[in-house]
Design a protein around this ligand. Structure first.
Ligand code: ADP
Ligand code: ADP
Length: 241
């Protein structure tokens, strides 16, 4: 079964319907790139997958666990997951944002390990070991003791990726991860994502980097005005070169 299955998802803010019946499935171990003009609903869809927004109707299945609202014949009832189930499902999902959201008063290693210690209750030494591994994975082994203000934007975003990876998510979501970076720093973040894709992680990436999407995405989904206009392999969406 797919890592994520989105079934007839609608989302409104007040009277404005922002997602209009999205159907999409994200195969396990694949990279899906979500493209579309600004305001088309990409970020909202990603936030629904990450539990940061609740759908207005429709279901989002995370590895088979249904979140959201079933609609049995016009009714509307929230799927019944226990608080424990919700926590378990949530823990499967990591997210990286456009703004890196690092804690400024903590070092890179501190940022990466904070949740391991305070949320997961891990011993500091064990957390540091994982943190150093993940910093190495994003090419920042030598930056663990640096504060965010001492790092470039590209390095800060790589710390944010290491922080998400440290929690070992099954699915990693990226919301325009390079949009606030200078062009010369974009490449290093795209390279890290490319390497993660090659390891067979399940990635969903909202991006305006069409070249990256075409070469790394196994699936391209194109949103416009809250509807999924296109959904298929890059060769189908962009044409075979
Ligand atoms: P995209 O990521 O494709 O740029 P978004 O999902 O951010 O699009 O936004 C889709 C639409 O939903 C936009 O018109 C935006 O203004 C609106 N929107 C997003 N979040 C909210 C919110 N919290 N309250 C009201 N409107 C919102
Ligand atoms: P609380 O009511 O304290 O926020 P809940 O466990 O009810 O705690 O929900 C936490 C968050 O998880 C909510 O913001 C909600 O959006 C989301 N959530 C809870 N249950 C579901 C569900 N069945 N489908 C989608 N999202 C849910």
């Amino acid at each position: 079964r797919p890592a994520v299955r989105i079934r007839d998802v609608h989302k409104s803010f007040g009277n404005t319907e922002v997602l209009k019946g999205i159907e999409l499935s994200v195969p396990k171990g694949s990279t899906t790139c979500l493209l579309g003009p600004s305001g088309s609903g990409k970020s909202t869809l990603l936030r629904c997958i990450a539990f940061l927004e609740e759908t207005t109707s429709g279901l989002i299945e995370i590895d088979g666990d249904p979140l959201g609202f079933a609609d049995p014949g016009g009714g509307r009832s929230r799927t019944r997951l226990s608080a424990g189930d919700i926590r378990r499902v949530r823990a499967k999902i990591g997210m990286v944002f456009q703004q890196f959201n690092l804690w400024p008063h903590m070092t890179a290693l501190g940022n990466v390990t904070e949740a391991l210690v305070t949320v997961q209750g891990m011993k500091r030494s064990a957390a540091n070991e994982i943190g150093n591994q993940q910093l190495a994975r994003v090419g920042l082994s030598d930056r663990g003791h640096h504060y965010p203000s001492e790092l470039s934007g590209g390095q800060q975003q790589r710390v944010a990726i290491a922080r998400a990876l440290a929690l070992s998510p099954d699915i990693l979501l990226f919301d325009e991860p390079t949009a606030s970076l200078d062009p010369e720093l974009t490449g290093e973040v795209l390279n890290v994502m490319r390497e993660l894709a090659e390891t067979g992680m399940t990635l969903v990436i909202v991006t305006h980097e069409i070249g990256f999407a075409a070469s790394v995405g196994q699936k391209i989904a194109f949103l416009d005005h809250g509807k999924l206009l296109l959904d298929g392999p890059p060769a189908e969406i962009f044409g075979t070169p």
